[in-house]
Ligand binder design. Structure first.
Ligand SMILES: NC(=O)c1ccc[n+]([C@@H]2O[C@H](COP(=O)([O-])OP(=O)(O)OC[C@H]3O[C@@H](n4cnc5c(N)ncnc54)[C@H](O)[C@@H]3O)[C@@H](O)[C@H]2O)c1
Length: 408
């Protein structure tokens, strides 16, 4: 079978424009880097062990074949790597390797790698070229495009950061072969969010592609990922700094981030977003603001795409506290993107009573066996509440004195 051809999507940002290449294999990295940065003699590949293990040598070989000397810098794996002490260690390692201003950093990994290494690229030597090489589905369709890079702090997620656009993005679909199933579901959650925002034709295309995706057809994955990149590139080009339309990309994130925070980062981002989509749709339907049929339609799509979601016991007051401290809060109201009654996205301004109601409905949806058949059994999750829905509910970790805001 011949490999699918590259699909190129341009992110149009004037002088900061860049191409996103959705490619079949990592062998394309070297030639594309050479073409985009002809002067580069050396490149520093940064990533975590689960990615460097299967893909580090292939990335190095591709660079060498293109006449670029690779240097590999490993960073810790997981959400915990997005912190200032890890960034400091990375900067130290990069400078110890004699990093020069014209040498690109390659972020080879998931969204955590892109955010951490992107922030290193933005700050080392006041900025060096950044090449995003996303290897998780979520990073391919979302986080590698748009230039948001940053770190978490004890006050909340993504509260230190920058808008720093990459010079090049190369998304090698073959890398998805080693991605754990849970993280595949996580990426599909973000894809469903994009399709909901993009409207009926995008949802129909996703429905039609579901069997081919489930069957692992490389061409179907390349097309799907390219469609997501096209959608996100359009939003970013129109609103680079999230002053308007880009805020709609936070659909599902009001509840999703609250779940992520309440679970202490134990659940992947896209899984939390998928749960958020469901809870927010149920709330909007109940409040007469959104389509009544949407929650059931979402549940069907989760099933068709093989997205497995856990049942969670998180009480309404805990969800409320995390949501009430969300960064999207404006004066007395919380700005929550929802799918409106006409099917299109809009920003709803929720007062305190409405946020309480959203928390109440969300707690029910998260605990309800809406998707009982697909309760997670992935060994990556060790939380007994996730694998044993019958386990006694346990309170979420105590909030810090001032509950953390969560930035998108
Ligand atoms: N900057 C943005 O615009 C933006 C947008 C959405 C999400 N994010 C951020 O992205 C992060 C989540 O990204 P994620 O879900 O990719 O998490 P992640 O980077 O932690 O990757 C998930 C896990 O899969 C592993 N992995 C990745 N690719 C693999 C592969 N091909 N083979 C084997 N293992 C692989 C990783 O090492 C990790 O263990 C969060 O921190 C979130 O805040 C950023």
């Amino acid at each position: 079978m011949t490999a699918p051809a590259d699909v190129i999507v341009d992110v149009e940002l004037g002088a900061r424009s860049y191409p996103v290449h959705v490619v079949a294999a990592l062998t394309r990295l070297g030639p594309l880097l050479r073409q985009r940065l002809p002067g580069a003699r050396r490149a520093l590949i940064c990533g975590p062990a689960p990615v460097l293990g299967p893909w580090g040598e292939a990335a190095c070989a591709s660079l060498r074949a293109a006449g670029v000397e690779p240097v590999v810098v490993e960073h810790p794996d997981g959400e915990g790597a997005k912190q200032i002490s890890v960034w400091e260690g990375m900067i130290d390692a990069l400078l110890s390797h004699g990093l020069r201003r014209d040498e690109p950093l390659l972020a080879l990994g998931g969204g955590v790698t892109g955010d951490l290494v992107g922030f290193c690229a933005a700050t080392a030597l006041r900025g060096v070229p950044l090449v995003q090489v996303p290897t998780s589905l979520l990073a391919m369709v979302d986080s590698s495009v748009g230039g948001k890079v940053g770190l978490n702090t004890r006050h909340g997620k993504n509260l230190v950061g920058a808008f720093y656009q990459p010079t090049l993005v190369v998304a090698p679909v073959a890398c998805l072969a080693t991605l754990p199933a849970l993280h595949r579901s996580s990426g599909l959650g973000e894809i469903l969010k994009h399709a909901l925002l993009a409207g009926a034709p995008a949802l129909a295309a996703l429905d039609a592609a579901a069997p081919a995706l489930q069957g692992g057809q490389a061409g179907a994955w390349v097309e799907l990922i390219a469609a997501q990149v096209r959608f996100k590139a359009g939003v970013v080009a129109r609103d680079e700094h999230e002053l308007g339309e880009r805020a709609l990309l936070n659909l599902g994130h009001t509840v999703g981030h609250a779940v992520e925070a309440a679970r202490g980062g134990a659940l992947p981002h896209g899984i939390c977003v998928a749960l958020g989509l469901l809870a927010e749709a149920a709330w909007a339907a109940g409040a007469g603001l959104g389509p009544a049929a949407l929650p059931a339609q979402l549940a069907q799509r989760f099933q068709a795409l093989g997205i497995e979601l856990p049942s969670l016991m998180i009480d309404a007051p805990t969800l409320f506290q995390y949501m009430a401290h969300d960064k999207k809060r404006a004066r007395a109201t919380l700005q929550v993107p929802i799918i409106g009654a006409e099917g299109g996205p809009l920003l709803a301004a929720l007062d305190e009573a409405a946020v309480h109601d959203l928390a109440r409905v969300s707690a029910q949806v998260l605990a309800a066996p809406l998707l009982a058949a697909s309760v997670l059994t992935d060994p990556l999750l060790t939380d007994p509440l996730l694998t044993d829905p019958g386990a006694a509910p346990r309170g979420a970790p105590p909030l810090p004195p001032s509950a953390p805001p969560v930035a998108p």
